[in-house]
Design a protein around this ligand. Structure first.
Ligand SMILES: C[S@@+](CC[C@H](N)C(=O)[O-])C[C@H]1O[C@@H](n2cnc3c(N)ncnc32)[C@H](O)[C@@H]1O
Length: 798
């Protein structure tokens, strides 16, 4: 009886019967005949803590990434002032005993005003209300998980309970309600409060609501997410059978939304035929993404870690195409979400530290990368598929300019979709048709201006026409005085280019329209394969050569450019010149970024590089395809699988043994077994047939875990069911299940130890006595708690 005792303590005020059991907890033990019973309670929710390093296939050496790492990474928006605090003020710095007080950073930026006034981001008469709203803290918003079995209960709780109780807490006269559902979001599943996140944290009278948000968020029933950030997935029109790619996915609030859409109306114990691949270039943010999406308990997700602009195409090797019955030879998607890294000035209300950092360089520096990612997304999109391009920036260089260049490059293959009739209650502004580029204090109306000023970092695609200007002695002469504005001059004399593209179909959400942050969204449809790469003839003109020089210079400059971004959007400035006119899908799908350069190499170099490549490949095979990431291995140990299947009495009709994998190539020491949907399995198979191009950091649903405790290893089945996998598996289990009456169930939760005779219900006592030693599931008898089933796992100790 030397078990470590962990005391269970309810968190907060939990009157709702639904919520009353929403904990992951370890209730120590129940004496049962001569056995100790260790209860691991779960209420159809994943555990509170996740071993993300292991789950993501890492080697478990690095520290787990937590939300605080990202928070800490960003400068505090409040700064300390060193002057002595006046008497009566509360804050004191205990370390040096010097009184301090806190003052917010300035929430204004002259360069910001100059820039956006000139761009006409809102009509002049709206400017004051626009910036006034931008300077106010953002109201907290959240979304009910529409695929959760508690979604309607939670909505009722918000409507019946919190709407009334929070009304009295409203101090801002403009907002009559404490919380309200967002009219444009389907089924009243998205809500906005009248309180900022800070108010929710600090205000005592909001404590109960705040606790509710935190707890429901933690177990995946709701997601706390900025209202405007919920918009892009809504325009993606995701169906249950879709293969969806989320190219820049961390921290994962939109991925979660996409998973909800895939899982919508899934019956308990069944899986949809679609799947989501969520990708992010940043390993730490990938960890956060995995942590966030674990709340969904899904077998239909793969998390990858690639530069989105080089996301692999996963082509099946040519010699395998005819022998494989996989049904697909390359990885293409029905839907692509391209929520690219950006300057992030749409999040000024949430992250006011951006006011101080804001500069035009932030947007100019990420334009090329955004374009590259978007083009890659379109290449990976099936013909007929939809892609949403979005940013949380208001800047036309990151928005309309990128969309324009996409349309120019793709010609008739891609259409900018008019979605004005979709979500009609969402207030949005049409995209701009005209804008200028600003660089180092100078306004530029065209690429010609950029050349004149010697600004190689300013590429043609940033301007409305996208026209490339090539500096020739003649063209220099053509620039007439007055066309270019020198530093300090007004921009009035500059005539902006006007785009002939239907950019009004883009949408910009501005803060003062519906008290939100700002966002930009464009919906693109691929209506035909992308145009074939135009091979350049030998008779390239001088001007072509000059264009090439511009590209090289742009690339160099973009790489050197020091881009400041918010911590939420850590854009990398590894931008590409992006001035190639037309590329075929095949060319886009080329995962080797250096291939284009190699095309012009002499044949002898090619041979050498092929030999080096083969050598590299051999090395890779020895060390594993992706260094530092555990391999993905189908789990096919028949002895273990039969043991698990028989122990839990898993029905034959449940697709089981061919859907399991591990992250350990040594199957004798497998600790975790993951379950994957049919769709995820097909992607894994394709990935194998294509040479494992995908760097998979997390995959599927953790279903079984090896018990390592002394008691666990002495049971007939050493694999216990993971709480994440339980909701899917339970309907297919016939053994190791016991139904408890509410009285017994409550006692099991309530007491650290229950003597076997103290179990109230005879039937339960008898049933438990017949269970095998090991993991089992205790289900609360229906009839209470809105007929929900509560699941408990019981581990008997010998
Ligand atoms: C705007 S945030 C994405 C927010 C996310 N879609 C969500 O809703 O939670 C941009 C993300 O892009 C990632 N990123 C930056 N450069 C990237 C690249 N080249 N490829 C893939 N991801 C990139 C960043 O790490 C960041 O997590």
């Amino acid at each position: 009886m030397n078990l470590k005792k962990k005391r269970w303590r309810p968190k907060g005020d939990r009157k709702s019967p639904i919520l009353a059991l929403n904990y992951y907890l370890v209730v120590p033990f129940v004496e049962l005949k001569d056995l100790l019973v260790l209860l691991l309670l779960r209420f159809l929710v994943p555990p509170k803590r996740h071993n993300t390093d292991r789950d993501m296939g890492g080697r478990g050496r690095s520290r787990r990434t937590q939300r605080k790492h990202f928070r800490d990474g960003r400068e505090n928006v409040w700064k300390k002032e060193k002057e002595t605090q006046t008497e009566g003020e509360e804050n004191t710095n205990n370390d040096n005993k010097r009184p301090v007080h806190w003052q917010p950073f300035a929430i204004e930026n002259a360069a910001f005003d100059v820039y956006y006034k000139e761009q006409g981001i809102v009509p002049p008469h709206e400017w004051d209300s626009f910036v006034e709203c931008l300077r106010k803290p953002l109201p907290a918003a959240f979304r009910i998980n529409s695929s959760s079995q508690f979604s309607t209960d939670l909505r009722s709780q918000l409507e019946d309970e919190f709407m009334k109780s929070l009304q009295s807490e409203v101090t801002d006269g403009n907002d009559a309600e404490g919380i309200k559902s967002l009219s444009w979001y389907p089924d009243k599943f998205a809500w906005q409060s009248s309180f900022s996140r800070m108010q929710l944290r600090k205000n005592k009278s909001l404590e109960r609501f705040h606790e509710f948000l935190k707890q429901e968020n933690e177990i995946g029933n709701i997601t706390r997410q900025e209202a405007v950030s919920m918009v892009p997935p809504l325009f993606l029109d995701v169906h249950r059978d879709h293969f969806v790619l989320d190219m820049c996915a961390a921290p994962g609030s939109k991925t979660f939304q996409l998973l909800e859409m895939i899982h919508q109306t899934s019956e308990v114990g069944t899986l949809p035929s679609g799947m989501v691949i969520a990708n992010d270039v940043d390993v730490q943010r990938c960890n956060l993404l995995i942590h966030q999406t674990k709340r969904m308990c899904t077998a239909n997700l793969i998390v990858t870690n690639h530069e989105a602009q080089h996301f692999p195409g996963c082509h099946m090797r040519k010699n395998l195409v005819n022998v494989s019955d996989l049904g697909m030879t390359e990885l293409l998607f029905d839907r692509v979400l391209c929520d690219v890294p950006c300057s992030g000035d749409g999040t000024l209300r949430k992250a006011p530290d951006i006011w101080k950092k804001w500069s035009v360089g932030m947007a100019n520096g990420v334009h090329c990368l955004q374009l590259q990612i978007a083009m890659r997304g379109l290449a990976l999109l099936k013909t007929g598929g939809r892609m949403v391009y979005s940013t949380c920036s208001m800047n036309p260089v990151e928005n309309e300019a990128v969309v324009s260049e996409i349309l120019r490059r793709c010609g008739d293959s891609v259409e900018l979709v008019d979605v004005s009739t979709e979500l009609p209650q969402l207030i949005r502004r049409p995209g701009l048709k005209s804008w200028k580029v600003r660089d180092k204090g100078v306004w530029l109306a065209s690429h010609k201006d950029a050349c004149k000023h010697g600004r190689p970092g300013i590429v043609p695609s940033m301007f409305p026409s996208g026209q490339v200007h090539v500096d020739t002695p003649d063209s220099d002469q053509k620039i007439t005085a007055g066309e270019i504005v020198e530093e300090g001059e007004t921009a009035d004399v500059l005539v902006s280019e006007v785009s002939s593209l239907p950019l009004e179909r883009c949408m910009r959400i501005v803060p003062h329209d519906q008290n939100t942050g700002a966002f930009f969204v464009a919906v693109l449809q691929k209506i035909a394969p992308l145009p074939v790469l135009q091979t350049k003839s030998n008779k390239q003109s001088d001007s072509d050569e000059k264009v090439k020089q511009v590209e090289v210079a742009v690339e160099k400059n973009a790489n050197e450019m020091d881009v400041e971004v918010t911590n939420e959007e850590p854009a990398k400035a590894s931008a590409d010149a992006g001035v190639v006119d037309n590329e075929s899908d095949e060319a886009f799908l080329d995962t080797n970024p250096s291939k284009k350069l190699k095309a012009s190499e002499p044949e002898s170099n090619k041979v050498n590089s092929r030999a080096a490549k083969a050598n590299d490949k051999r090395k890779l095979q020895v060390q594993g395809k992706w260094y530092g990431v555990d391999p993905v291995v189908f789990f096919k140990d028949d002895a273990i699988l039969t043991n698990i299947k028989e122990f839990y009495g898993i029905h034959d009709w449940f697709p089981f043994s061919n859907r399991l994998l591990t992250r350990n190539s040594d199957t004798n020491h497998v600790k975790r077994i993951y379950y994957m949907s049919e769709s995820v399995k097909s992607v894994v198979e394709l990935n194998f047939l294509g040479g494992e191009q995908l760097k998979i950091t997390s995959i599927g649903l953790k279903m079984f875990e090896r018990q390592t405790s002394r008691e666990g290893t002495s049971t007939p089945c050493v694999f216990r069911i993971s709480s994440e996998g339980l909701p899917l598996l339970l309907p297919h289990m016939t053994k190791q299940i016991a139904c408890a009456s509410p009285g017994d169930f409550k006692h099991l939760l309530q007491y650290k130890s229950i003597k076997f005779p103290d179990l109230v219900d005879d039937g339960f006592r008898e049933k438990v006595a017949t269970l095998s030693l090991g993991c089992c599931v205790v289900v609360l008898n229906q009839g209470l708690f809105y007929n929900q089933i509560v699941i408990v796992q019981v581990l008997f100790h010998a």
